[in-house]
Design a protein around this ligand. Sequence first.
Ligand code: NAD
Length: 342
Amino acid sequence: MTKAEYSFAQKKVAYYFDASFSLLKDVVPVANTVLVTDENVFAQHKEKFEGWKTIVIKAGEEHKQQPAVDYIIGELIKLEADRKTFVVGVGGGVVTDITGYAASIYMRGLQFGFVPTTVLAMVDASIGGKNGVDVGVYKNLAGLIKQPEFLLFDYSMLRTLPNEQWINGFAEIIKHACIKDATLFSILEKFTLHDFQQDETLLADIIERNVKIKTAVVVEDEFETGDRKLLNFGHTIGHAIENMHQLLHGHAISIGMVAACNLSEQLTGLHFGEAKRIVQLLAKYHLPVDIETDDEKVFQVLRMDKKRASNEMNFILLKKIGEAVIKPIELKVLQQHLKEIL
Ligand SMILES: NC(=O)c1ccc[n+]([C@@H]2O[C@H](COP(=O)([O-])OP(=O)(O)OC[C@H]3O[C@@H](n4cnc5c(N)ncnc54)[C@H](O)[C@@H]3O)[C@@H](O)[C@H]2O)c1
């Protein structure tokens, strides 16, 4: 186990890398702590929860809604949680997002921490302090930014993760490589998903590297006025087609990244010429790289995106692998290009 501390605007957050779940009892007082998890994680790791007060919520994005928060608050009342109680979310991004939110509003805010249990939650969702829930079809509409006290990474929890969730998480890892880390890109080219699933040292190294990338971006720009926006690479078109085609998030982001790469190549001035290499890497990690879609419908969805400002839209594009830029693109230029980039 190695411990690191990162300074965010309001507090220092402790990161326990390569830790065991059992370390949790040294990080928080067992008697004064409530764990929140979902039914899948609870079923797969029952023994870890023995001796802890635990609230189990329903699994899945469809339950990342206000009723889950109400349920957690009701259970906290039953458990007589008070302002000294610690709340720890043990699960994927759905659990960490909801737990951080519920803990932040119960009695105007309890201390909380996370034990992320999916690749995506480890390298992305648990980091950065964005907590909240969806409201109907609107993703993450209600929420707040508040950092956890700590993150505890126990990579052995990934042994029970379904394969499609590994693939989902690796879409964000490839995103990090594209926007920030050319060496990480080469590492991903050298190995396969299977290698990372089999070799715990390799896995620990890649997770830790990605945790540090996301953390560095957030520490620099906690309230998303600049560089944090780069993390949206592939997400603008990705979100549009995710809803239209009911795709898995990682799949949608993969197609979105390909579109953003193609757009980066087509726009003069960027001199980007590595779209093919990125497409090959995504395909190697079992991610889709194209889709049959109605580009006019995609354009209509994009027009309503919150990143649109009057007749322009901010896109995250690549100058080269490892270096991203934010460029405003005129809607009519985007409309012309959509057919070719998707
Ligand atoms: N706060 C942020 O900055 C941020 C960033 C990215 C994503 N997110 C959010 O994260 C969510 C997606 O997170 P996710 O992909 O982790 O989804 P998830 O939490 O739904 O987990 C995916 C599935 O894996 C199961 N699972 C989790 N850990 C497991 C384990 N160790 N073994 C077996 N099964 C396990 C879950 O029960 C679920 O069925 C979305 O709601 C998204 O909005 C938040």
